[in-house]
Design a protein around this ligand. Structure first.
Ligand code: THG
Length: 289
């Protein structure tokens, strides 16, 4: 099962037999007061540094979210997507809970985007899936609905099947263009949360076989030494069948852990990516001296 995404000039593939897809999380004003103030003033200059740092860190795609209080989100998302496409050729993940913002972002995007996200709520699927179809995009879907964010992995699997069935039958979305988010929650809130996420990943891989992504940094919210927690969580999730994550691609500790797991899981033939990344680090260190 391959999910193929593109920008105007670059194509990438997500799959169980591919190197892990690293979606940079950074272009998101949540928890970033100064960035929010800049966006409210129409100043998008901080985005450039965020794009460059994530590309240099090894991102395969970039998530773009402009959700913050008192921001015209459709306008901001369209402006950000336009700007980012001038700065990088990485494909984009267009992230919003506002349907009009998703449409505004899609309308200026060149290529095949990943839309983030729908849930198992019929009303939301009926608003967003027509856009996914119209723009030929792929979609991230979360297995929760208006009644619950299920704790039980079996229930998350059921809702995954509901979404896949609905999107493929009613809207003719190819199953490989549906990427399921198995729901990552803070380990600090409840120490069984990650176990449930890992079990959900295994169940979805076995019974549905689709690609999956999740917000990896959610896991370490509120805990000290978040980088270590994130860099251990990701290889565990990859072993269970996770094929992508929206994650901190600026931190070498985390990206290196992901690349090591690609090698161990048989998704880096001859260790070519591992060796190339090591040589690039050596060259950068030599240049810095
Ligand atoms: N699933 C899907 N999409 C998502 C999420 C998900 N999109 C948004 C979010 N969750 C993933 N993105 C982030 C972005 C940043 C952080 C976590 C998740 C983060 N930021 C630091 C903080 O808030 O402490 C840094 C802020 C700063 O630099 O000041 O942790 O789950 N489909």
């Amino acid at each position: 099962m391959h999910t193929v995404l593109s920008s105007a000039t670059k194509t990438i593939t997500i799959g169980h037999d591919q190197p892990f897809c690293i979606i940079g999380e950074r272009i998101n004003p949540t928890g970033r007061k100064k960035f929010q103030e800049q966006l409210r003033a129409g100043d998008y200059s901080a985005i450039e540094a965020d794009v460059l740092a994530q590309v240099a860190g090894g991102a395969t795609m970039l998530d773009v979210n402009m959700g913050a209080p008192m921001i015209d989100e459709p306008e901001a998302l369209a402006a950000a997507v336009t700007l980012i496409q001038q700065l990088t050729d990485l494909p984009l993940c267009i992230d919003s809970s506002v349907v009009e913002a998703l449409e505004a972002g899609l309308s200026v995007y060149q290529g095949k985007a990943l839309v983030n996200s729908i849930t198992a709520e019929t009303e939301r699927m009926d608003l967003i899936l027509p856009l996914v179809k119209k723009y030929g995009a792929a979609i991230i879907a979360l297995p929760n609905d208006e009644f619950e964010i299920p704790e039980e992995p079996e229930r998350r699997l059921e809702l995954t099947k509901v979404i896949v069935d609905y999107a493929t039958t009613k809207y003719g979305i190819p199953i490989e263009d549906i990427v399921i988010d198995p729901l990552a929650m803070p380990i600090g809130a409840d120490s069984t949360m990650v176990v449930r996420t890992l079990e959900t990943i295994r169940l979805i891989k076995e019974h549905v076989g689709v690609n999956m992504t999740l917000g990896a940094s959610n896991v370490s919210f509120g805990m000290p030494d978040r980088h270590t927690l994130n860099s251990v969580f990701l290889p565990m999730a990859m072993a269970a069948g996770l094929t992508s994550a929206i994650m901190d691609s600026r931190t070498a500790q985390i990206v290196t852990a992901v690349r090591a797991a690609d090698l161990m899981n048989g998704n880096d033939e001859w260790g070519a990516n591992w060796i190339a990344a090591h040589r690039a680090r050596q060259a950068a260190a030599a240049a810095a001296e």
